[in-house]
Design a protein around this ligand. Structure first.
Ligand code: ARG
Length: 251
């Protein structure tokens, strides 16, 4: 697939390589390359990403689903505004320890009104059972803005970035800001990152490869793609969070 080649090239050449469209510093991704990626919508507007984990269950960031109504998801479409399948969200369950306005425990389960059938553009992602080591290449996908403060793309984008250690991440954000429920990913020089509107969306290992596992959900960052700062993700494989997901969803 040409995107695999593009991703490898981008990884090899670094930030200078991809000048055109940017998630930030990324590339266009067809939904069939990350078919678990959902657009979470409030009243028909894209607000966040989400990850499909079963016919009628998805994960997103808790901060995406405080105090909203008329939530739905769109699956199976590269274009965030049309195509694929839409389902209303029937119930939202935020992590019990999530506190509004904070970024720890930033995860919620979405139960859909009705099952979504799988096809080449719609497939659930397996949730990682254990944490991946720092330096693992990972893919984040979403319809978030292309630059800090910039505009949102119509079509899905993705970027491949390495995970970094908590220690490295704490060096930039401070010891207390980054908890063990978080996973950081990105480049020390910035330039590739998720951004506003990507929140809740999936970070998976084995980019464009076999047997991808969900390792994170887009959560927060200082700006986007800034040098010296990383994207921060909800660490879904952290044992206590992983256990909660399993108890809540059976997955
Ligand atoms: N909080 C943002 C959202 O709601 C996501 C920010 C991610 N930031 C980053 N630098 N990776 O969409």
């Amino acid at each position: 697939m040409s995107c695999t080649v593009a991703a490898l090239l981008a990884a090899a050449l670094g930030p200078i390589a991809v000048a055109e469209d940017r998630i930030v510093g990324g590339e266009r991704v067809h939904i069939n390359q990350a078919p678990w990626t959902l657009s979470l919508r409030e009243g028909g507007n894209h607000i966040c990403g989400a990850a499909l984990i079963a016919h009628d269950i998805a994960l997103t960031a808790a901060h995406c689903v405080v105090d909203n109504d008329d939530l739905s998801v769109r699956a199976g479409s590269t274009n965030r505004a049309e195509g694929g399948v839409k389902r209303d969200v029937r119930k939202v369950v935020r992590a019990p320890k999530y506190k509004e306005g904070e970024s720890d425990h930033d995860i919620a389960v979405l139960y859909l009104e009705r099952d979504i059938a799988y096809n080449s553009n719609i497939r659930p992602v397996t949730i990682a059972e254990s944490e991946v080591p720092a330096g693992t290449r990972a893919l984040v996908t979403g319809w978030g803005v292309l630059t800090e403060g910039g505009s949102s793309p119509e079509n899905l984008r993705g970027v491949v970035i390495p995970t970094v250690s908590l220690r490295t991440c704490r060096d930039s954000y401070g010891q207390d800001a980054v908890t063990i429920r978080m996973l950081c990913a990105g480049l020390p020089q910035g330039s590739k990152d998720s951004c506003q509107g990507d929140s809740g969306g999936p970070l998976t290992d084995h980019p464009f490869g076999e047997d991808p596992q969900l390792v994170g959900l887009v959560s927060w960052g200082r700006g986007c793609a800034r040098p010296g700062y990383y994207g921060v993700y909800t660490n879904v494989a952290q044992p206590a969070l992983r256990r909660w997901i399993h108890e809540e969803t059976g997955k």
